[in-house]
Design a protein around this ligand. Sequence first.
Ligand SMILES: NC(=O)c1ccc[n+]([C@@H]2O[C@H](COP(=O)([O-])OP(=O)(O)OC[C@H]3O[C@@H](n4cnc5c(N)ncnc54)[C@H](O)[C@@H]3O)[C@@H](O)[C@H]2O)c1
Length: 189
Amino acid sequence: MHFASVAYVGESTTEPLRYYHNITSNTLVVLEAMAAHKVKTLIYSSTCATYGEPVKMPITEKTPQLPINPYGKAKKMAEDIIIDFSKTTDMAVMILRYFNVIGSDPEGGLGEAPQPELREHGRISGACFDAARGIIPGLKVKGTDYKTADGTCVRDYIDVTDLVDAHVKALARAKPRNSRHLQCWNWKR
Ligand SMILES: NC(=O)c1ccc[n+]([C@@H]2O[C@H](COP(=O)([O-])OP(=O)(O)OC[C@H]3O[C@@H](n4cnc5c(N)ncnc54)[C@H](O)[C@@H]3O)[C@@H](O)[C@H]2O)c1
């Protein structure tokens, strides 16, 4: 399971080379290392950012992937490399495109701990925790012109424990020459 990534859309626009290097190029290196050591199964963490701004909702696995920022583009390129490589080998591949992940380990062992230096690029989940803990003065809700009751953005989330469940299932079902890419959002729909 390849989770490692830099993963902030805003940061990717100011440091694109770091994102292409660490996401695209390093995934290529991971594939080479897997091949050298005969590791036969890969579950890859991709993202809804690979879809860009689709005209039609809801987004499905068939929605064209037209990413609009370096983070999404780097992940899309990594996906392409993985799929092309899997066609030439007996490596079993599952690509999971997560939407917005939220939540913590119910037993309290793991939780969200935003790195202070990344707060300004951070996710709304981290900002909620920071506001609740008094680390920032309040929660700033961005967006005023979405087609919603109050003009702010509406998003849905997948709980991290459901995402773990999805990975376990993906691992069990990964088969060579049957690359799959699946979305992870609103998992219980
Ligand atoms: N959190 C979300 O909502 C979300 C949504 C879509 C996709 N994803 C993807 O899920 C994966 C995990 O995201 P996360 O939210 O846990 O992010 P995170 O930033 O909390 O964790 C990523 C981890 O990868 C490590 N890392 C980065 N580069 C590395 C490298 N070269 N070698 C080894 N480790 C490295 C970082 O130190 C960090 O611990 C990422 O691939 C991300 O792109 C996350």
